[in-house]
Write a protein that binds this ligand. Structure first.
Ligand code: GTP
Ligand code: MG
Length: 426
């Protein structure tokens, strides 16, 4: 089954907590701090696998979680790292973060890897915190949380050339005569339900990838027919071959057909109308085709038209030469940022501000994780009493007090915010 869009959740592993421990050695009365660092949480990494052609396997795998890092060990030894999870995806997969609606990765290069959710760093063990004033620190750093994201994967095929046109104009037939691809061909509409790719070898030795797409109809850009679902596969094509049924076997007017499809391309969001377009007037073998062709040329005097017949392989070589010549001078169309040259390092990714998170570290110690609280903390001058008062008021306003209470924090418990520790007082 061809699946080109799935939503999944990815959870990277949390970093392990640093350990609080002290050396206990024979004949050494006061051993120094020796708690090791927590291990790193596993990351979720996507990798292009050219053997894959669909997102099907991910459809049944709604949540993917990597393991947490282990807690630090004694003798300054680090906890175990959580293994990274590598998810193989087909070439041409884009990853969108659903909380920001931003594309965060565009996997198009063979073997390309992108970290989609980063594992948390392990916390530092207590031996890092020994100072001349406190040679036996009773605290260690908690592990950082791993990133967690709801994402949408979309497969946008990588083809140099896309075949567009109404249903039954002969797109699949054309692909089948110029490549080894074996798309289904029939005289009913919407024979092609999923895109087919074929490698086209031109007689001079050059080659390119051609995609045969489901037929478009009026309203396709708004989702009519199969249009909108499949228009996305044209997005990466550099050149479009617009196939028209010049024999008008279906009783439609080829001139009208041509106008309607172009209108749909303009309506669609990804500037498809800016792609170079080559017009192929197919089914020239049919009766009345020549008349239609003359009419077409008169209506569009500035458009170069290639006429031929896919089914009897007529006029195809000329069409392919024109295609490869235009391809060789047409740059890629970046999908997401037209100003950036580098098409796959995309896109401004703005993580959503974390709300307030409270983690129970045990023994009456709690970690408060909140970007906003951290920022407020850094902005306040604690040189005098007023600073503490202002901080307390700001925390209450932010909802920190409620969040702490809700998590089960009791009077006198220790709250850790970044490197700052304070007591919770009701
Ligand atoms: N007479 C004639 N018939 C053709 C030619 N090319 C294709 N056909 C016929 O047109 C019909 C539709 O061909 P397809 O290749 O399936 O058309 P399509 O554009 O892929 O159609 P959809 O997949 O439904 O969008 C088939 O019956 C073909 O045999 C041609 O050059 N001449
Ligand atoms: Mg077809």
């Amino acid at each position: 089954m061809f699946i080109d869009s799935v939503k999944i959740k990815v959870n990277a592993g949390n970093g392990g907590n640093g350990l609080v421990a002290f050396r206990r050695e024979k004949y050494v009365p006061f051993g120094g701090p020796s708690g090791g660092d927590g291990g790193k949480g596993g990351s979720i990494i996507f990798e292009v696998d050219t053997n894959k052609s669909t997102l099907l396997d991910l459809r049944y795998n709604r949540t993917i979680s990597a393991k947490n890092g282990g807690v630090g060990k004694n003798k300054k030894m680090s906890g175990a790292d959580g293994d990274d999870i590598i998810i193989k995806v087909p070439q041409g997969t884009t990853v969108k973060d659903l909380s920001t609606n931003q594309v965060i990765a565009d996997l198009i290069e063979v073997g390309q890897r992108e970290v989609i959710a980063r594992g948390g760093r392990g916390g530092k063990g207590n031996w890092h915190f020994a100072t001349s004033r406190d040679s036996a620190p009773e605290f260690a750093q908690p592990g950082e949380s791993g990133e967690s994201k709801e994402i949408q994967l979309e497969l946008k095929l990588l083809a140099d050339v896309g075949l567009i046109g109404f249903p039954s104009v002969g797109k699949s037939t054309l692909l089948s005569v110029v490549s080894a691809a074996k798309p289904e061909i029939a005289d009913y509409h919407f024979t092609t339900l999923v895109p087919n790719l074929g490698v086209v070898k031109v007689k001079d030795g050059r080659s390119f990838v051609m995609a045969d797409l489901p037929g478009l109809i009026k309203g396709a850009s708004q989702g009519k027919g199969l249009g909108h679902e499949f228009l996305k596969h044209i997005e990466r094509c550099r050149v479009l071959i617009h196939v028209i049924d010049i024999g008008a076997i279906d009783g439609r007017d080829p001139i009208e057909d041509f106008k309607i499809i172009n209108e749909e391309l303009i309506q669609y969001e990804y500037r498809l109308s800016e792609r170079p377009q080559i017009v192929f007037a197919n089914k020239i073998d049919l009766e009345g085709a020549q008349e239609n062709l003359d009419r077409f040329k008169k209506e569009f005097p500035n458009i170069k038209v290639f006429e031929g017949s896919a089914i009897i392989n007529e006029g195809i070589d000329k069409l392919l030469y024109e295609t490869i010549n235009i391809l060789s001078v047409t740059p890629l169309f970046p999908l997401y940022d037209s100003k950036k040259e580098d098409k796959h390092i995309v896109y401004t990714y703005k993580p959503k501000e974390k709300e307030i998170e409270v983690k129970n570290l045990g023994n009456g110690q709690w970690e408060l994780i909140s970007d906003k609280a951290s920022r407020i903390f850094k902005s306040i001058n604690f040189d005098n009493e007023e600073g503490y008062y202002r901080f307390a008021v700001a925390m209450k306003k932010l909802g920190v007090d409620d969040a702490l209470r809700e998590a089960g924090v009791l009077e006198g418990d220790l709250i850790i915010l970044d490197d700052y520790r304070f007591e919770f007082v009701e």
